[in-house]
Structure formats: C-alpha cells, structure tokens
Design a protein around this ligand. Structure first.
Ligand code: PMP
Length: 444
C-alpha cells in the first residue's frame, strides 16, 4: 500500500485524540530517541512519546521481556483471587522504591483509570472506617488527571471540560502554586496565599467532609509548575491534621522522569497514595496503578464484601513483566542520574539561548521535564496567543524535533537516555523558531 493511500484512509477512517482536523505525521519506526516517518525522515523525539518512553523507543530488553511473558502466560485475571508472578514481583519492587509505608499496589492500564481508581479507593477507605461524610476531592487549577469523566471533572482546565457535561460533582479546586503567574496571588506570597486558601476551604466545607487532595507534585500539562520548597510540606501537614488523604498524581513524574523514583517526596510531599503510569513501562505496554499505604490497603482489603472495583486488564502479566525489566534498565543504566544531569544541562542551555527573547517569559525544569512559557509582553506577562500547535508544528517540520505546545507553554520531556549533543539540538531548534516568531505569535 502506498503512503498517499494510507494518509487518505487516516483522514477518512481514524478519529485522533487531542488533534485538530487535517493531515497527521505517520510514524513507521522508532528506536532510542528517534522516530522515522513513512518517508524515512528522522525526528528527535524530545517528548519521549507523551512523556512516557523513559528508556527510549523499542528497547530490546523490554521487547524480550514482553515476548517471553507472552509465550509463558499472555493473560490471566486478577479477579476472584487469581494472581500472577510478574504482578507480584513488580508490586514487591514498587514497595521498595516507594516512600514510607506505601507498600501495596493496585494495577490498572492507563493514567485516567488510575486517578479514577485512586478517588474511589480513598472514598471507600473512609466509608469502611465509618467516616461516611468524607467525599470531596480537592484538586489544583491547571492540574491534569486524565480524560475519563471523573478525571475530566478533576482536571483544572475549563476548556478541557467544555461540552462534556454534566460532570460528576464532589470536586473543588485550589489555586496552583504557580510563582511566575503572580497575578494569581494578589500581591501576597504565593505559598502563604495557597495555604491560607486551603485552610479557608477546609473551614468552609468542614474538614471532615474532605476525602483527599489529589495533585501532581509538579504540574506538567499546566506548564511544568514546580512549587516552592515550603508548599508541599505545609500541605502535607494540613492533610495530617484534618485526616485528609494526600494523593500524589505521579503519572508523569514517577519512575525517574525528574531524577528520582518519585518527585513528591523530593519536594517534601508526604502522600498516602501515589498514582503512576506512563514511565513505569516506558510506553512498551499500557500499565498504571495506585500505590497506597498499608493502613489504607488493609482497610480496603478487609471489607466483608471485598473490593467491588476492577478492570479486565488489572495486573496484566505482560505489562508487569515489561515494567519490572524497565525498572532494571533504568537502574542498570543510571538513567535517573542522567535525567538530573542532562535535564539540568538542557535547562541551563535553554536559559542561555532564550533568556533575552522578547517572547520568552519563563523557563522552568525539573529533571527531564521542562517548559518554556511564552508571552506577548514580558512586563505584563500576557500569554502569547498562537494557533494551537503552531510552534510545536514548526519545530517539528523545520527542525525535525518533536515537542508539544499547551496553551502558551512549550513542553519538553525527552527519553531519559538523552545525551548532551541531543540537548543542544533541542535548544537550537527552539531558539530558531522562537527567534522568528512575532510578539503576536505569527512567524517573522
Ligand atoms: N495524570 C497526569 C498527571 C497526566 O499527565 C496524565 C496523562 N498525560 C494522566 C493522569 C492520564 O493518563 P492517561 O492519558 O494514560 O489516561
């Protein structure tokens, strides 16, 4: 079949997620940090799939693990007290990597299923303890938790909720600790503002009606918002005082992206549960889950009617085998260290090259997770308006580097195997496109 025909069929028969009408780039092959399209053109994948291909594309060790597991046991349910060796081994490894007494894992397939499950499990825990009033979930504006209906309700972007209602209730939003966006805090210190607001919400709602706070330790879709050092310790302490569970959504940040197994604890966040996905299996198999404290798990497990919640693909043996091998590859190749090292180098290079641009407002990063926030006016910090993915498309088409734009942010999240010369290529591509962009978002 020729390429033109494939493109015609794509337009005629495929409905793409998070895409706008028009032709798509058809990728035929991937390896390491690279993609090749059907015409053989090579791209540097500076987005690592969607922030998930940590060990690089088509990693031989992971392919081998998947193949061997498929041949041995391709599938068995986790329901009705069935289990399988890869799931047990992975859960054991995760218990070793996770902080404090977060020793028990509930496996699902996607980030959205994991955040939904976390909400259900946290509510169920309170219910089983007789704390039946606790239902409300507090989330952050500009936080992202997925695309299923509850995850959409918990996602703090109005444009992502439009036209999908009615959305489930029980979610309330807090202001994110986005220091660069000082207009959010009305002249007050950002952390003081956020903590005062949290205390006020607890006072207004009643602390005993709030089941959990669910938030990303570093908000990715929001534009790689790294909270100030005092923020998470203060939120964690308030949660403890009021019996509110703290759920860290580490779907992006977990399993090495920020240079640690989990970003929350590094930032002083003391979660009762961690939601993970993406990087746990480096995109080689859909796998995600909720890691929870022994305290929560024991309550949920001991209910007389058991746990009435689950999906066909919970604890998929192939996904779990791939994830265990992925964790070994991250360890054997010191990729967490590389994430910090090369991520830090890329952040420094971007700052050096882009700092003086009239449309670059802020440059942020944490390990191999970076964002460049664009403005039309540096003084007013007015976000740059440009047509959807325009800048990301230009970076891809003119420089063969894949990134994404979300609102006025360009997000960079390469595989953790990235080298310094590749970091230079990414910085150069951004510099070229940004330096030929007007303050109204059009090309020079
Ligand atoms: N939580 C966070 C923080 C995410 O970034 C995402 C996806 N980008 C999700 C949840 C949802 O994951 P998925 O797309 O696998 O459902």
């Amino acid at each position: 079949m020729n390429t033109e025909e494939l493109h015609r069929w794509d337009l005629a028969h495929v409905v793409h997620p998070w895409s706008y009408a028009g032709p798509s780039l058809m990728i035929a092959k991937a390896k390491g940090t690279r993609y090749w399209d059907v015409d053989g053109k090579e791209y540097l994948d500076a987005l690592g799939g969607i922030q998930n291909c940590s060990v690089g594309h088509s990693r031989p060790e992971l392919i081998e693990a998947a193949k061997a597991q498929m041949e041995r046991l391709e599938y068995v349910p986790m329901h009705w007290n069935f289990t399988n060796e890869p799931a047990v081994r992975l859960a054991r490894t995760i218990a070793e990597l996770a902080p404090a007494d977060l020793n028990q894992t509930y496996f699902v397939s996607s980030g959205s299923e994991a955040t939904e499950s976390a909400v259900k499990l946290m509510r169920r825990y309170h219910y089983l303890r007789g704390d039946t009033k606790r239902a409300t979930i507090l989330c952050l504006k500009q936080g992202y938790h997925g695309a299923t209906i509850l995850a959409t309700a918990a996602t703090g972007f109005e444009n992502l909720q439009q036209g999908f209602g009615p959305l489930p209730g029980g979610i309330k939003f807090l202001t994110p600790p986005h220091v660069y966006r000082s207009e959010l805090f009305g002249g007050e210190d950002p952390v003081e503002f956020c903590i005062r607001q949290l205390k006020q919400v607890i006072a207004d709602e009643g602390g005993d009606t709030i089941a959990a706070i669910m938030a990303e330790p570093v908000l990715t879709v929001g534009g790689v918002i790294v909270p100030p050092a005092e923020y998470w310790p203060a939120v964690s302490e308030i949660c403890r005082q009021h019996g509110i569970l703290l759920v860290a959504d580490e779907v992006v940040t977990g399993f090495g992206r920020t240079g640690a197994w989990f970003a929350g604890p590094e930032l002083g966040m003391l979660p009762d549960a961690i939601v993970f996905g993406k990087g746990v299996s480096s995109g080689h198999f859909p796998l995600s889950g909720v890691i929870m404290s022994d305290t929560i798990a024991e309550v949920i497990k001991s209910a007389p009617d058991g746990l009435m919640h689950g999906f066909t693909y919970c604890g998929h043996p192939v996904g779990c085998a791939v994830a265990s091998r992925n964790i070994e590859v991250l360890q054997e190749n010191k990729l967490l260290e590389n994430s910090k090292e090369v991520g830090g180098y890329l952040l420094g290079t971007l700052k050096e090259k882009l700092r003086d641009s009239p449309i670059v407002g802020d440059i942020r990063g944490y390990g191999m997770l970076l964002a460049v926030e664009l403005v039309s006016d540096k003084a007013t910090r007015e976000p740059l308006q440009f047509k959807r993915q325009l800048l990301a498309d230009r970076i891809r088409n003119e420089h063969a580097v894949v990134v994404r734009s979300i609102g006025a942010n360009i997000i960079i999240a390469p595989p953790l195997i990235l080298g310094r010369s590749e970091a230079d290529t990414i910085a150069h591509a951004l510099e070229e496109v940004i330096s030929t962009t007007n303050t109204d978002g059009t090309s020079l």
